[in-house]
Design a protein around this ligand. Structure first.
Ligand SMILES: Nc1ncnc2c1ncn2[C@@H]1O[C@H](COP(=O)(O)OP(=O)(O)O)[C@@H](O)[C@H]1O
Ligand SMILES: [Mg+2]
Length: 255
């Protein structure tokens, strides 16, 4: 059964508008994401994709609209609360802690609860448990061989995987990925896309912003397209890519 046939989305974005001075970076964006789904989010540079992601996780306050997570309106929640409720964002510019091994980078994120919520602090995992979680996440993202290495020793392709592991450490219901393939070689990008394709499961969905259309087309069944801040198309990948407005706005322009 397709995730889209389920009734209740895990995430609903309703009429979100974000302005910067006079510029409407996002103009009444609406989309829904279902459990166990991988949704591709495309659009030309400057379309407002990153801005919408930041509004979803609470880094930016929209002038209007609502964000609903698992049926709960979180529009007024701070970013920390949204993370605690099950959202994570892997940003385009990755910022690993350079003086820590990959294991410690992920273990810190796994134990991050104590920084966020006093209630969770009581239930906080022990350091050993954090390391076990970190080990298993690094295995999941294909970095089992580098757990004791430092970020500065590793190529960008590995660091992008580390960023995903750090985001997964929060056990997100909704994982937001902003251009995780950017800057990667063709082979690295294909490997990373395979990893992203393996991420959705019951209790975990993914929104993928990405310019690499070949990989997006290969791994995403559903696409959302934004252009000049506005919703342009939303639906099954091949239908969306065949849409003339999308072709004119997006495919007609070289990236
Ligand atoms: N913090 C900001 N302050 C002012 N303008 C911004 C800011 N962030 C983004 N913008 C502008 O908003 C528009 C959308 O940007 P962005 O969300 O980064 O697009 P995309 O991720 O689709 O390339 C662009 O015109 C950009 O210059
Ligand atoms: Mg962007």
């Amino acid at each position: 059964m397709s995730a889209r046939t389920e009734t209740q989305p895990i995430l609903e974005v309703k009429d979100i508008t974000v302005t910067f001075g006079g510029l409407k970076a996002v103009d009444r964006a609406s989309l829904s994401l279902y459990d166990n789904e991988l949704l591709g989010f495309i659009g030309p540079n400057g379309a407002g994709k990153t801005t919408l992601m930041r509004a979803i996780i609470g880094m930016i306050t929209p002038v209007s609209g609502h964000i609903i997570l698992a049926g709960q309106d979180i529009s007024r929640c701070r970013i920390v609360e949204r993370i605690n409720l099950g959202m994570a964002l892997a940003q385009q510019i990755i910022k690993p802690l350079k003086d820590m091994t990959l294991l410690d980078n992920v273990a810190l994120a796994a134990g991050g609860d104590k920084l966020l919520s006093p209630v969770k602090a009581i239930l906080n995992r022990s350091r050993q448990q954090q390391q076990e979680v970190a080990n298993s996440l690094l295995r999941e993202v294909g970095l089992a061989h580098s757990v004791h290495k430092y970020p500065t020793e590793l190529p960008l392709g590995y660091l992008k995987r580390l960023e995903v592991a750090r985001a997964l450490a929060r056990q997100p219901k909704v994982l937001l990925l902003d251009e995780p393939l950017a800057g990667l070689s063709k082979t690295e990008a294909e490997g990373m896309a395979n990893l992203i394709m393996s991420l959705p499961r019951k209790g975990r969905s993914v929104i993928l912003i990405e310019h690499n259309l070949a990989q997006v087309r290969r791994i995403c069944k559903t696409l959302y397209v934004q252009h000049n801040g506005c919703h342009l198309a939303f639906g099954e990948t091949e239908d969306v890519l065949a849409n003339r407005d999308v072709q004119l706005a997006y495919l007609g322009k070289s990236e």
